[in-house]
Design a protein around this ligand. Structure first.
Ligand SMILES: C[S@@+](CC[C@H](N)C(=O)[O-])C[C@H]1O[C@@H](n2cnc3c(N)ncnc32)[C@H](O)[C@@H]1O
Length: 277
């Protein structure tokens, strides 16, 4: 099992995200088996307070899935917003560049801990499901604060400790497979607001209600083996895990709780920031 102190170690994370493969495996599990059919990305996208001529930066964009909803919306596309997607991985930025070439969205390589833009540049900064991978989260958030305009907003999503992670750790414990419960918990729905409040006067937490109902356990095992924190998990345990999770099915489905949500952070004045579509 990977030493979880390594979880924010650049080489582990760089290896995990050297291309889109691992991320796509995990996204497809959510797409296929989530009970809430709105979808987490759509739910988040609908809350961003877009307005005309806005300058937007997304950090750790991965496959850029969020922006599918932008291209579906003619009104938003008429807003003349300046949108920059970024990631610290060459594999991801190459993918994004290819995907968005000539479509009015720019792509930059950027580490959230050293954002390559000047002070007070952006109205909205987005960082989804990535802060828990970052070695120095305080530095990352101070960089976000620096490049955000005074009245700008920072929206970042993460998971909670009562969802999929806890479910998996419980299973591994029952099977006697060693795992470090501290993995990835540096920025969660439970502790994220405390960290954000060091830089922002106001932090609002919003939760997305969902769960997984899985009939094909092999899809779940592919998800587990794709995780950065599970890179040390022995492939020889595959059969044991398959039997264990199959035995946990009720009425043909494995029920796995999810706890996901987002924070909206700024220096006040965003009570009405939910966008009206
Ligand atoms: C779990 S994926 C999330 C992707 C996307 N935001 C989403 O919600 O689907 C995490 C992404 O953050 C990127 N990442 C990790 N550490 C980073 C850092 N220090 N700076 C910028 N990007 C980083 C990874 O390369 C990966 O694409």
């Amino acid at each position: 099992m990977i030493d979880m102190d390594d979880m924010s170690c650049k080489t582990v994370i760089q290896e995990q995200y050297k291309n889109t493969d691992n991320l796509k495996v995990r996204k497809s599990l959510h797409e296929k088996y989530s009970v809430n059919k709105v979808g987490f990305q759509r739910w988040m996208f609908d809350q961003y307070p877009f307005r005309r001529k806005m300058k937007i930066l997304e950090l750790g964009s991965g496959t850029g899935e969020l922006w599918n909803y932008y291209f579906e919306n003619d009104v938003l596309r008429s807003y003349n917003m300046d949108i920059i997607l970024s990631d610290f991985s060459d594999g991801m930025t190459d993918y994004l560049q290819h995907l968005f070439q000539g479509r009015g969205i720019s792509v930059r390589k950027a580490d959230i801990q050293h954002i390559p833009f000047g002070n007070g540049t952006f109205d909205l900064i987005i960082a989804n499901s990535m802060l828990y991978h970052v070695k120095d989260i305080d530095l990352a958030i101070s960089e976000v604060r620096r490049v955000l305009k005074k009245d700008g907003l920072f929206c970042c999503s993460t998971f909670g400790i009562n969802g999929m992670t806890q479910y998996l750790y419980h299973a591994l414990d029952e099977l006697g497979i060693p795992c470090d419960h501290k993995s990835n918990i540096s920025f969660t729905l439970q502790n994220g607001a405390r960290t954000l409040r060091k830089q922002f006067a106001k932090v609002d937490r919003r939760d997305y209600t969902d769960a997984l109902e899985i009939d094909n356990v092999e899809d779940y095992l592919e998800y587990i083996y794709s995780m950065a924190s599970m890179q040390g998990l022995d492939r020889g345990k595959y059969g044991v895990l398959l039997d264990y999770f199959n035995s946990r099915k009720v009425n043909g489905y494995l029920h796995i709780p999810k706890e996901y949500g987002m924070f909206v952070a700024g220096d006040g004045g965003f009570d009405g920031c939910r966008r009206v579509r």
